[in-house]
Design a protein around this ligand. Structure first.
Ligand code: ASP
Ligand code: MG
Length: 406
């Protein structure tokens, strides 16, 4: 007998038939003798609609009222799923965040979970009841409902799993696992049986949108075993686990891409101490996230500086820097949103030389120009022209031997 948290995303509970289907899936685990708690998202499209209502009324709406509104999506699904479960003979009860309680800080619309009391849920599970918990929501210090940021029900599920000391947190979604890369780009991408937390974190943050990044961080911190699997097909998914559990470590586990960044180049920046601070401190103050950075040394005491920022932050970054043009003393700012970041990720990289060299070789063979490079212990990323995204991903997938046998 195991204790399992099962989480179903928006498409998995998209209509009543799908909710009935989820109920059957839950019943199977209950019938097998497991203790089960369920976490659900809002029905697909509902949260978007609720967010739009808020924005249409007022772009500068009160975040407390935004939370009051957008948290309702999950309230509907927990009630519906509880009824669907009861209808097929499974004892079930719905739970909103405040009833557990899932306590958060006061950062309305993007709150952080501070604590969850697991006792009540454990008690009910031991008594054979299935708690159906609303994802995405908690209760703030002011006793008002809070939400955890978009995609936050993954985080709720992992947090509930940690609080009830679950053996596993199963995330049911519309894909059947975590792949070596996006199967829409590389049909021969392979499903990974196991991925290390660290790898998943890098893959999640560079654009593999299967799991919300914060949920992976929490799973890693609390050592929650997470499984990603399809709610539509009955087959094993991918496990996100401690790297000790991964017997055969591939050099590169996955290839990820992101079109969410833009490139900024400052031409002819004076090459003197303090110049990087003059550029990046004001950007940070304006909440602009900077990712990759390169700087060249020019012969004439000036240098070109290139870096990437989130695409949506680009207008703000341009304004901040152009306002400081005279103070910083650069000649021109060039912005290029038509770029893509391609990354290879793998814990095997730690202990092997030449992994990045293979990457550069494979890209050069395809005539793809690398604009910026950045590396970390288990990741190497390059910035290329957006039009090369697919070609680069395919070339790297093949170069690291990740293609499934034909
Ligand atoms: N319903 C929320 C959203 O769409 C939370 C979630 O689905 O994870 O962001
Ligand atoms: Mg999601």
């Amino acid at each position: 007998m195991a204790r399992i948290v099962m989480k179903f995303g928006g498409t998995s509970v998209g209509d009543l038939d799908r909710i009935r289907n989820v109920a059957k899936r839950v019943k199977r685990e209950v019938d097998a003798g497991h203790e089960v708690a369920v976490v659900v998202s809002a029905m697909s499209g509902v949260t978007n609609q609720l967010v739009k209502y808020c924005q249409d009324l007022s772009p500068l709406h009160d975040a407390r009222e935004y939370d009051t509104i957008v948290a309702t999506g999950e309230q509907v699904t927990i009630g519906l799923l509880a009824i669907a479960l009861q209808t097929i003979g499974v004892d079930a009860r719905s739970w909103q965040g405040w009833q557990i309680p899932i306590r958060t800080d006061d950062a309305h619309s993007k709150a952080r979970i501070e604590s969850i009391e697991g006792e009540l849920l454990i008690e009910r599970m031991k008594a054979g009841q299935v708690p159906v918990v609303a994802g995405f929501q908690g209760v703030g210090p002011d006793n008002r409902v809070t939400t955890l940021g978009r995609g936050g029900s993954d985080l709720s599920a992992v947090a509930v799993a940690a609080a009830v000391k679950a053996d596993r947190c199963d995330i049911f979604t519309d894909v059947d696992g975590i792949y070596t890369t996006d199967p829409r780009i590389v049909p021969r991408a392979r499903k990974l049986e196991r991925v290390a937390y660290e790898e998943m974190l890098e893959l999640a943050s560079v654009g593999a949108k299967v799991l919300q990044t914060r949920s992976v961080e929490l799973a890693m911190k609390q050592r929650v075993r997470v499984q990603v699997l399809s709610s539509f097909e009955d087959k094993p998914g991918s496990l996100v686990v401690d790297e000790d559990e991964i017997v055969e470590q591939a050099l590169v586990t996955g290839v990820a891409y992101s079109r969410d960044e833009a490139k900024v180049t400052l031409r002819r920046v004076p090459d003197r101490p303090g110049i990087a601070a003059q550029v990046f401190v004001p950007l940070a103050a304006a909440n602009v996230n900077v990712d990759m950075i390169v700087q060249n040394i020019g012969a004439d005491g000036s240098t070109d500086m290139t870096f990437t920022v989130g695409k949506t932050d680009l207008p703000r970054a341009e304004k901040v820097l152009n306002d400081l043009k005279a103070t910083i003393g650069f000649e021109a700012l060039l912005a290029d949103p038509d770029v893509a970041k391609i990354s290879i990720v793998g814990i095997g990289m730690r202990s092997h030389a030449g992994v990045a060299a293979t990457m550069f070789g494979a890209l050069s063979e395809k005539g793809i120009n690398i604009q910026v490079i950045s590396t970390s212990e288990i990741k190497t990323s390059v910035l290329v022209g957006a039009e090369y995204t697919e070609l680069a991903v395919r070339a790297l997938h093949t170069a690291y031997g990740l293609d499934a046998p034909a």
